[in-house]
Design a protein around this ligand. Structure first.
Ligand code: PEP
Ligand code: MG
Length: 547
């Protein structure tokens, strides 16, 4: 019996077979190596890549003209290149999986191109890498369907939100990882899906496939091949599904008003449209953060305008006039979108992330903006932009929003002039929040990133514990500054990071003047109770509630 310890991400006790997904290398997870099968998969992947590229060329020709579409020619040529293909075959004969072989052959070709004394040829490295990623993605997807039929425990060193989104979520009993922390996105997703999860576990993940695991997220422990006595002892602690306490239920349809008469919006954070219903059942007065990027993860290509429109319309209608704040695509860092073909970064959390990706890819951004504006007539939608650090970014996104709205109106499509706010989650945004407030209709503070960037403590790293402290006075000074600057400019200020679930600081947040707190649905009722019992006076500048 092997024991591991970690930090609790989402509570629960369970036991089941381990499934170690193939996340990083895409090598087959403990399946015997069969070169003929690998080569057959490779042939299918080559055909699929050709079909994808032909479609891309067609779409790019239609939108940007033939010349721009020629950037994909190189990839198509490589797919037919005898030398490239024989290198992949040779790697497979050497014992590699098709995905590993394709990657290694492409890396070798890219290195040769990079060494050439010709700028044009050097620049072709990016095309080869793009093709390699395309092939690996297709091959991974072929394998990704091989999930166990029975419910299973996912155990992995690293697990990105995309990995989780790709799995059959209804069959996941628990998630156990080495990477991640309470505020990492994979953890946020596990909580959102209600899956018991542990992070920071040091286990020999490459030797766990198919073994039995007992997971106790209450105590933060797990056991591989547990003995019967341990199983009986831990499983006996399991409680039947908790009913909502009656003293909390009275807050379900009540607004949260402090004893001094201040009304605070208590909203829900969601990732998927279907969670809006859960939010309502838990008494949410609105959606304070819809992490829209989850609609983009775990797929081969970006969602279409219609797909997005349907998702936003579903949430807007479900919330029946209550405020729904959609955060525009916050991809990058641990939420990579391979189909965007972005270059690998040394420090992705400090790289092309959040609004930066959208400002670098207008076509992608406009599709989302059109979908949000089209859905705006079906409810009370607001929109906010992630990872803002400068005024010019807000000016640019506002200008794009104006253009998209005008375009839709010219097409005869009705849309509303919805509030446009920003997330304050970089120290820069907090420090210039007085200036930003002149360009934003509201603020919502993301304490997960604000903490990570203020304290230089990676939110993905479970070992940083004490360093990634959202209670740090530096973070609190920034929070107070943001709330004050928002009110000076007469705009509302909310908080949608994990700190909103930390009831030990709710009074302080109210004292600072936060107008709205957005949290996971199951924390809404206890949060409303604390607010209704709060005697904390607020002496700052009052703000009119535009909701
Ligand atoms: C945050 O950073 O606090 C936030 C709410 O955004 P996310 O956790 O999705 O990065
Ligand atoms: Mg954030």
């Amino acid at each position: 019996m092997l024991k591991g310890n970690g930090i609790c991400i989402h509570p629960g006790i369970t036991c089941g077979r381990i499934f170690v997904p193939d996340t990083a290398s895409c090598a087959p997870a403990c399946t015997p190596w069969d070169p003929a099968a690998e080569k057959a998969q490779l042939q299918q992947a080559l055909q699929a890549a050709k079909a994808q590229l032909s479609q891309l060329i067609e779409e790019t020709t239609a939108s940007l003209g033939e010349n721009n579409a020629r950037i994909f020619d190189m990839q198509l040529l490589m797919l037919e290149d005898a030398s490239f293909l024989s290198h992949i075959d040779a790697q497979i004969d050497n014992g590699k999986s098709a995905a590993e072989a394709a990657k290694e052959a492409a890396d070798g070709f890219a290195a040769q191109f990079a060494a050439l004394d010709d700028d044009y040829m050097k620049a072709r490295c990016a095309d080869i890498q793009d093709l390699s990623q395309r092939l690996v993605r297709i091959l991974c997807r072929a394998r990704a369907q091989a999930f166990p039929d029975e419910p299973f425990i996912v155990a992995a060193r690293d697990l990105t939100p995309s990995d989780t989104v790709r799995m059959p979520r209804e069959r996941i009993l628990a998630i156990v990882t080495h990477s991640g922390s309470i505020t990492s996105h994979a953890a946020i997703l596990a909580r959102s899906l209600g899956i018991p999860a542990l992070a920071g576990c040091d286990l020999p993940f490459d030797r766990l496939q198919g073994r039995e695991m007992l997971v106790d997220c209450e105590s933060g422990s797990c056991w591989v091949d547990p003995d019967e006595a341990t199983k009986a002892r831990i499983l006996s602690k399991r409680q039947p599904e908790k009913e909502t306490q009656p003293e909390l239920l009275i807050y379900k349809d009540r607004p949260a008003v402090t004893k001094s008469g201040r009304r605070i919006g208590v909203y829900a954070n969601i990732a998927f449209p279907e969670e809006a219903r859960t939010a309502l059942l838990h008494g949410a007065e609105g959606i304070g953060l819809m992490r829209s990027e989850f609609l983009y993860l775990g797929r081969e290509d970006a969602p279409t305008e219609d797909e997005l429109f349907c998702a936003y319309r579903t949430v807007a209608e479900c919330m029946q006039g209550r405020c729904v704040i959609i955060r525009t695509l916050d991809a990058g860092a641990d939420k990579a979108l391979p189909y965007l073909g972005l270059e690998k970064e040394e420090n992705p959390a400090l790289g092309l992330r959040g609004v930066r990706i959208c400002l670098a890819n207008h076509a992608l951004f406009r599709t989302q903006l059109r979908a949000i504006y089209r859905a705006s007539c079906y409810g009370n939608l607001w929109m906010m932009f992630p990872l803002i650090s400068s005024v010019w970014e807000v000016q640019q996104v506002r200008s794009l929003c104006r253009q998209v709205r005008q375009e839709l109106m010219h097409e005869g499509i009705a849309c509303r002039d919805i509030p446009l706010g920003i997330m304050v989650e970089t120290p820069a945004a907090a420090l210039i929040s007085d200036a930003l407030a002149r360009h934003a209709d509201f603020f919502s503070v993301g304490t997960n990133d604000l903490t990570q960037y203020t304290l230089a403590a990676d939110r993905q790293n479970a070992a940083l514990g004490r360093y990634a402290d959202a209670h740090h006075p530096a973070v609190f000074r920034l929070l107070a500054m943001v709330a004050e600057n928002a009110h000076r400019a007469h705009i509302p200020v909310g908080l949608c990071g994990t700190l909103s679930s930390d009831f030990s600081v709710t009074q302080q947040l109210l004292q600072m003047g936060f107008d709205e707190l957005s949290t996971v649905p199951e924390h809404i009722l206890p949060l409303k109770k604390i607010i209704c019992e709060s005697e904390v006076p607020y002496e700052g500048i009052p703000v009119c509630d535009p909701r």
